[in-house]
Ligand binder design. Sequence first.
Ligand SMILES: O=C(O)CCC(=O)C(=O)O
Ligand SMILES: [Fe+2]
Length: 315
Amino acid sequence: MSGTITIPVLSGQKLFAGDPAEIAALRRAAERHGFLYLVDHGIDPALIAGVFEQAHAFFARPDADKDAVHLDRTRHRLGWEPLKAQTLEEGSPPDLKEGFYVGPDVTADDPRVLAGRFGVGPNQWPGDMPEFQATMNAYFTAAASLAADVMGALALALDLPGDYFDDFNRDASCRLRLLHYPPQPANPQPGEKGCGAHTDFGSVTLLLQDEAGGLQVQDVVTGEWIDAPPIAGAYVVNLGDLIARWTNHRFQSNPHRVINRSGKERYSVPFFFTGNPDYVVECLPTCLAPGETPKYPPITTERHLAESYARTYGG
Ligand SMILES: O=C(O)CCC(=O)C(=O)O
Ligand SMILES: [Fe+2]
């Protein structure tokens, strides 16, 4: 770790107005790290505070209570994920984190549910927490809209029209994830950490983290792990594998990990934006130099997502 490479802080207000200097900074960040901080994003700080408050209250419950909304109770895997259920870094011990997954708030008779679309189904909500559902649904809607705005800025950074990703953004598949990390143990297993090194699966991830710290990003050029310390009120925005695939790796989906050395509990809230399930992602016209060939065949976002989840849950 060193302080020599820093992750840029960009303004949502400027990006979404198409400010050329800010778009150029986004392009540089996307090419180098696939990571940036986003300020002036327009999401109500009270809503963000409410999400953390509800997450704290949920995770503080006994496991026996949380088990009532275990994600294995749904085919589409929404709800509580116990500690050590996921292994994001192949060959490492399972992640020292527990989580809670929220999806779009659909009912059982939604056509997408009836058609068995991947990952779509009714949410499970914890009992006796009246504010939880309303807070998560409100945040989900706000985050999906912000992610669509970030996609618009990415289109400009790729020299495409600002509405280029509108079809991708329509009826987008998204996951809101609440995470709770215990402190890193004094004597961890070799390779044991809060969240193993991985790249995200989707297009953009909007991450909120509390003040504990511990998030690190690997620089693609030097291979070094850079700290991504919390900045109050800012999102960490990172690009996922779909963007790398779509841009023929002109834009990066960087490996990142979490080691919670704060000695305290750590809470974070990633929101994953994966786009319209039927959308076919294939190499963008502005990402292929003459004579180059696409590194990947076209794929629907639904298929890409299903394959990615299967890989990290041992499916
Ligand atoms: O908790 C964090 O800060 C990062 C979580 C993460 O990378 C993920 O859930 O994909
Ligand atoms: Fe991640």
